[in-house]
Design a protein around this ligand. Structure first.
Ligand code: PEP
Ligand code: MG
Length: 595
């Protein structure tokens, strides 16, 4: 539907900033294929038409390969190599041509039927690699079919600069490849504050709003769109008046960013002198550079799943080693906490399906069932520890036995490396993510058997409240400030300290100004946020004194609802730190962001 008139759609702001651009409506390509019986005299021409379509698809893929390689690195272009190989598969090509000639059918139908027949064993296979490849088969066939049908293919890698991506959803593997240089903003119908696509947008500093109902129906290709990543608005076809009104917001935002940039060199130390380890969450080695640029003290969470998902296949031990070693060297002696694969949940490996993925085969559970994959990763991390200050962290721990089992596998990996004479840090520290209620409740026991804890508030919130972190229908119930979540965070911090180890938080809670206030009140040692948010977090940490934060939290913990907690935090922040509050809430974002 095209709009002559302006339309304001509301959603959840997940990545700050404003963007003005042109809609690129991303819809998965589902071609409509008809079967036609052809006369014998046109069959040779039909075969030629098929060959031309394959050639055109190949040219396109080669161009795409060159671009992805240039912009994102060789690693990420690799899946296009796979697609090129699939496209050129002799059997598929000759069988399709045979189908056209012998059965007298149109090229689209012949190609689709041939692919289905030849790839059936692959898609039905239990071998993960084959299942993953089925995604590439779908991509390749869509490309050829689009040429045959003369239709447009929606491709996120081929958008024009200044595009605002509008989609129902984006799998994290696609989101991982979003190119900030071209994509100004992102608006999704699905998702919640801490869905991995939202986190990826934040990491790439692309203003994003999710949970925007029916935006795909309302928007049309090329429509002007304004994304307000503060208030959570997608404004379709904004009026001149609206654009003018936003001018001052754009400027204010720029001024904020500039004033924050002065903080890069400053230490993240509270007003009363407590040093907080303010680190960065990264998913790719390129983000480590951004982390340093923004003044991070280290990498608090390296999400390694994207190395897998962006490649669309399991990375080898050597490939992982190269990535981890590169980051370790870049960070020099600063800590780099590598989290082992947290696949599953919403970072699902293509081809696997579960009715309840967040409660199913995820994180360590999946790794224990793929021991070779897991040990390969452990060896890669260990090897990289010879080049910097690397630590290992395990996700999705829900029982002490899992930590013990994972540690045994680390020992095994160490023995293997020693045997081969490969160097690694013998003292390498092992930490646990506390992101299930059971881990938080068992924090005392866990703390006795590891070197640090890092609270994964994104999952801890979802599992404590039984609210899917990526489901827009229940997004209102997803609340970090729910007293139950706060209690678990507080008791985890206290447990770590009782056992003399440090504790951090690497979920999105630490990117929320009010969340930082809470964490300072609970006595956290470390926080890890998206690289681009480090200056803002520093600003907050440097303004607040721990005594005030403790007092505020003593009061907050007596309250019964998340809303009451947030109201109190906001009120106290305004009362005790008016300048900070003014800075934070100047864009009147407080209500929409935290309320
Ligand atoms: C978390 O759950 O808070 C976390 C940091 O991990 P992820 O968002 O990758 O699940
Ligand atoms: Mg998590």
């Amino acid at each position: 539907m095209t709009h002559k008139r302006e339309k304001i759609l509301r959603g959840i702001p997940v990545s700050h900033g404003f963007a003005q651009g042109v809609a690129f409506v991303y819809r998965p390509y589902l071609p409509h294929l008809d079967e036609h019986v052809l006369e014998p005299d046109v069959l040779a021409g039909e075969v030629r038409r098929f060959q031309r379509a394959v050639k055109a698809a190949e040219r396109e893929l080669r161009r795409l390969h060159a671009r992805v390689k240039r912009e994102m690195g060789h690693d990420f272009a690799e899946f296009i190599d796979v697609q090129l190989a699939l496209l050129a598969d002799e059997e598929v090509l000759s069988e399709t041509e045979r189908f056209i000639r012998k059965r007298g059918r149109n090229a689209e139908f012949a190609y689709e039927e041939t692919l289905k027949r030849l790839t059936r064993p692959m898609t039905k296979s239990d071998v993960p690699l084959f299942q993953e490849r089925s995604m590439d088969v779908v991509d390749v066939s869509a490309r050829v079919l689009r040429h045959l049908l003369g239709e447009e293919l929606p491709s996120l890698y081929e958008v024009l600069p200044g595009s605002i991506i509008i989609a129902r959803d984006l799998p994290p593997s696609e989101a991982a490849l979003l190119d900030k240089e071209k994509i100004s903003g992102l608006v999704l119908e699905s998702g919640g504050k801490t869905s991995h696509t939202a986190i990826m947008a934040k990491a790439k500093e692309i203003p994003a709003v999710v949970g925007v109902e029916s935006v795909c129906r309302e928007a049309s290709e090329g429509l002007p769109v304004l994304v307000d990543g503060y208030r959570g608005l997608a404004i379709l076809n904004p009026t001149r008046k609206r654009l003018n009104a936003y001018k001052s917001d754009f400027e204010l935002y720029q001024r904020h960013r500039q004033s924050l940039s002065l903080l890069v060199e400053q230490e993240p130390v509270t007003a009363d002198g407590k040093m907080i380890d303010l680190s960065a969450n990264i998913g790719f080695s390129a983000e480590a550079r951004a982390a340093l640029r923004y003044g991070a003290r280290g990498v608090g969470l390296f999400r390694t799943e994207y190395i897998y998902l962006a490649r669309r296949r399991p990375p080898t031990e050597d490939e992982q080693f190269e990535v981890f070693a590169e980051v370790a060297k870049m960070l020099n002696s600063r800590p780099v906490i590598v989290r082992t694969f947290d696949l599953g949940g919403d970072k699902v490996i293509p081809g696997y399906s579960e009715s309840n993925p967040f409660l199913g085969w995820r994180g360590l559970r999946l790794c224990f069932d793929n021991v070779e994959l897991f040990k390969g990763q452990l060896r890669a991390i260990l090897r990289s520890s010879a080049f910097g200050n690397v630590k290992i962290m395990f996700p999705m721990v829900s029982a002490l036995g899992e930590l013990r089992r994972a540690k045994l596998l680390v020992d095994e990996a160490k023995r293997e490396l020693r045997k081969q004479g490969v160097k690694f840090d013998e003292q390498l520290e092992i930490g646990v993510m506390v992101e299930t209620p059971s881990a938080a409740i068992m924090a005392d026991q866990l703390a006795q058997e590891c070197s640090f804890l890092s609270i994964g508030s994104n999952d801890l919130t979802q599992y404590t409240l039984a609210v899917d972190r990526g489901n827009e229908r229940v997004a209102e119930l997803y609340d970090h400030f729910h007293p139950a979540v706060l209690q678990l965070i507080r008791q985890t911090i206290a447990a770590a300290h009782r056992h003399g180890i440090w504790v951090g938080l690497c979920g999105e809670f630490a990117s929320d100004p009010l969340g930082i206030l809470v964490l300072l009140g609970f006595g956290i040692d470390e926080m890890s946020v998206s690289p681009g948010l480090i200056p803002e977090a520093k600003n907050i940490i440097r303004t607040i004194d721990t005594q005030s934060a403790v007092e505020i939290m003593d009061d907050a913990m007596k309250l019964g609802t998340g809303l009451e907690v947030k109201r109190l935090l906001r009120r106290e922040l305004r009362r005790r730190f008016p300048k900070l509050a003014e800075f934070l809430f100047e864009l009147e974002m407080a209500d929409s962001r935290n309320g």
